[in-house]
Design a protein around this ligand. Structure first.
Ligand code: HEM
Length: 367
C-alpha cells in the first residue's frame, strides 16, 4: 500500500524505486486548440495525483445519469506505489505555439543499427508511464487518463511490462531479464546524486530553463529472439553478456558487484570478449557516458507469422542528453554480440519536465 509522493523537484517514476509492473501509453494530440490540450493536462494532473494516493479520479458531480468519472477497477486496491510520469515528444513542439519551448536536444531519434521498427510502435506526442506493484492499478491509471483526454488525445500505442529489469536503489535486489541474466547491476542509483546530476537530470546547460530537473526518456521495444537464445550454450550466453548467468559476476570476478576488469587476458584472449555487451555498454568504453535504465520485461503472446514468442525487453532509459543513448546504441547495434539475439521493434523519445510544486499543474507548466 506504499504511496510515492506525486509532487517534488523531479517527477516520480524516474529514480523512485522501480516497481514490478508497467503500463506505458503514447498519445497523439488530435485537437488544434491549445486551450483544450492545456485543460486535459490540468485534468490529468488532478487525476494522477489522486490515483497515486489511492483515490478515485475526482468526480464532476457524481450524477447517476452520467457515466462514472472513474472507471472503478481500482476501487479498494491500495496505491501500490503507483507513479504517473509524463513526457512530451518532439513533434508536439511544432504546434500550439510551443516552438519557443522546445529544447534543441529534443528531435526524433535517427535511424539506428539494429532497428527493425514497426511505425505503429514508434513516436507519439505525449507519453504516460504508469508503474505500480499492482498491474491493475497501473492499467487503471492509463485507462483513466485516456478517457479524460477523449477528443483531444488518442492512444497511439500501448505497452505492458510484467517485471522490472532494473534496480534504481541500492536496497533493491537485482532482477533478471528474460534472457535469465541479472539486469541493472551497474545501473545508476538514486543515492548517487552527483552521477544523476551529471548523467540524468537536465541542468543549466539546457536552452530551456523550464526543463531543469527534468530528463529525456528513451523507450525501445527490444524483441528477444528467445528460441535462438535458448539454443545457445551457457558459455556462449555468458560470453555474449560478459557475466556469469547465475551469480551475475563479471567473467573476471566471482561476485555480482565485483568490478569488471576489461583488460584481463587469459591464454592470449580477453576474458571479457571484445564484443561482450557489458564491455561495449560500459562507461569505460563510452567516454564516461552513463544512463539510468528502468526497463521492463514484456510479452505480447506469439508472433503469428513464425509461431515464436513475441517477448523481450521494453527498454526505458533516462538521460540529461539523448545523444548519449544514440552514441551507445550506435556501438551496440554494430558490434554487440547480443545483436544476434535481439531486434529493436519500437522507438520513441520524450522529454519529461521537472516535478510539480504545490499548486502547479502539467497544463500550466507547458503553456
Ligand atoms: C548492462 C542486458 C539492451 C545499455 C547490461 C547487463 C545485462 C544487460 C544483463 C549487465 C548487468 C548490468 O550492469 O545491468 C541487456 C539486454 C538488452 C540490453 C538483454 C536487450 C534486450 C541495452 C541497450 C542499451 C543497454 C539497448 C543502451 C543503448 C546497458 C548499459 C549497461 C548494461 C549502459 C551497464 C554497463 C556498465 O555500466 O558497465 N545489459 N541489455 N543495454 N546495458 Fe544492457
Amino acid at each position: 500500500g506504499r504511496v510515492v509522493p506525486f509532487r517534488g523537484r523531479h517527477q516520480a517514476g524516474i529514480i523512485t524505486p522501480a516497481q514490478d509492473r508497467l503500463v506505458f501509453g503514447a498519445f497523439d494530440v488530435v485537437t488544434d486548440s491549445a486551450g483544450a490540450l492545456r485543460d486535459v493536462l490540468d485534468a490529468w494532473t488532478i487525476a494522477a495525483e489522486a490515483m497515486t494516493q489511492g483515490r478515485s479520479v475526482p468526480a464532476d458531480d457524481g450524477s447517476p445519469q452520467a457515466p462514472p468519472t472513474d472507471t472503478g477497477e481500482a476501487l479498494g486496491l491500495p496505491p501500490a506505489a503507483l507513479t504517473v510520469t509524463i513526457g512530451y515528444g518532439p513533434r508536439l513542439f511544432a504546434r500550439f505555439g510551443l516552438a519557443t519551448r522546445r529544447p534543441s536536444a529534443l528531435a526524433e531519434l535517427p535511424p539506428l543499427p539494429g532497428d527493425r521498427l514497426d511505425p505503429a510502435r514508434c513516436g507519439g506526442d505525449i507519453c504516460i508511464q504508469a508503474c505500480s506493484d499492482d498491474p491493475q492499478v497501473a492499467f487503471h491509471a492509463v485507462r483513466n487518463v485516456t478517457r479524460l483526454g477523449r477528443g483531444v488525445v488518442v492512444l497511439r500505442w500501448l505497452q505492458l511490462g510484467f517485471g522490472r529489469t532494473s534496480s534504481t536503489t541500492t536496497g533493491q535486489q537485482t532482477p533478471r531479464n528474460l534472457m535469465g541474466f541479472k539486469d541493472g547491476t551497474r545501473n545508476l542509483r538514486a543515492d548517487d546524486t552527483a552521477a544523476l546530476d551529471r548523467h540524468v537530470w537536465i541542468g543549466t546547460e539546457t536552452d530551456q530553463p523550464w526543463l531543469i530537473g527534468g530528463s529525456y526518456l528513451v523507450a525501445r521495444r527490444i524483441r528477444m529472439l528467445i528460441e535462438a537464445w535458448d539454443r545457445a550454450s551457457l558459455s556462449e550466453q555468458e560470453r555474449v553478456i560478459g557475466r556469469r548467468k547465475v551469480s551475475g559476476a563479471p567473467l573476471t570476478g566471482s561476485r555480482e558487484y565485483d568490478p569488471p576488469d576489461f583488460s584481463a587476458v587469459r591464454a592470449g584472449e580477453l576474458v571479457i570478449p571484445s564484443d561482450a555487451h557489458i564491455r561495449l555498454a560500459s562507461p569505460e568504453h563510452n567516454a564516461g557516458r552513463r544512463m539510468l535504465r528502468r526497463g521492463y520485461s514484456y510479452t505480447d503472446g506469439i508472433d503469428l507469422s513464425t509461431g515464436e514468442l513475441d517477448a523481450g525487453l521494453f527498454f526505458i532509459s533516462f538521460h540529461k542528453d539523448p545523444a548519449t543513448f544514440i552514441a551507445v546504441q550506435r556501438i551496440l547495434g554494430t558490434q554487440d554480440a547480443l545483436r544476434e539475439y535481439i531486434v529493436h521493434t519500437g522507438s520513441a523519445l520524450f522529454v519529461c519536465p521537472p516535478g510539480l510544486q504545490d499548486g502547479e499543474s502539467w497544463g500550466r507548466q507547458l503553456f
